[in-house]
Design a protein around this ligand. Structure first.
Ligand code: 5RP
Length: 230
């Protein structure tokens, strides 16, 4: 199976968690896009759900697929969020934000009774950190924020390059919230919860891509089939 087929298989399995009448968080990325497309097929067959997209890209995909949408202003909680991830460890801690949607993804996941992560099995790691950790920052005071980030990484015993993410136009990548993203090349994060608290304490950090204790279930698709971890 190709990687795309594996992602689609994980997304298809996640439909088993969807029930009529549910309020759903819709993730961002190529794997979550498969889920939105498959959900759209079920909606056309009569399934009644309403979704909150985690990005403008997912909003457009969901509209194209006919999935009814709402916002977390109109409703205040969700039954289930289905989203992808960049890395997943055995405690179900995640790195997310490769697609730049980590802020809305975390708000939506935190508002959900359950978060199901869908992925091909290449994202499963013993220790988080090989994937550069995305940190969403306010453009104002970037130098000071980078300095504070480096200090937090030193305190957490991790180190590495911090780079400002570039968009396709060669300028800073701008998130749906109007912020920038720095990617921290850490290699290994031995204590993700500790690093998460250190990053959350930095004033210029809007949010970081460590998702601690949010994922309840992971569906991994590999060449041997599907593996469900929860
Ligand atoms: C976007 C994300 C994505 O879920 C993550 O990057 C995985 O994407 P893909 O399914 O394309 O590999 O966190 O911000």
């Amino acid at each position: 199976m190709s990687k795309e087929e594996l992602k689609r298989a994980a997304a298809a399995q996640a439909l088993a968690y969807v029930e009529n009448g549910m309020q759903l968080g819709l993730g961002t990325g190529s794997t979550a896009k498969h889920f939105v497309e498959l959900l759209g097929e079920r909606v056309r067959d009569g399934l009644r759900v309403i979704g909150v997209p985690t990005s403008e890209v997912t909003r457009a995909d969901a509209e194209r697929c006919g999935v009814p949408l709402t916002t977390l202003d109109e409703i205040d909680h969700l039954d289930l969020t289905v989203d992808g991830a960049d890395e997943i460890d055995p405690s179900l801690n995640l790195i997310k934000g490769g697609g730049g949607a980590l802020l809305r993804e975390k708000i939506v996941a935190a508002a959900s009774a359950r978060m199901v992560v869908i992925s091909d099995d290449s994202k499963w790691v013993d220790t988080l950190g090989r994937f550069p950790l995305p940190v969403e920052v306010i453009p104002f005071g970037l130098g000071a924020t980078r300095h504070a980030l480096a200090a937090a990484f030193a305190q957490a015993g991790v180190g590495g390059e911090i780079s400002l993410r570039q968009g396709k136009d060669g300028h800073a990548f701008v998130t749906d919230g109007g912020h920038w993203i720095v990617d921290a090349h850490l290699g290994r994060i031995p204590d993700p919860p500790r690093l998460a608290s250190l990053l959350s304490a930095i004033p210029g950090v809007v949010e970081h891509g460590l998702f601690i204790g949010l994922a309840k279930t992971v569906i991994l698709a590999g060449s041997q089939g599907l593996r469900i971890v929860d």
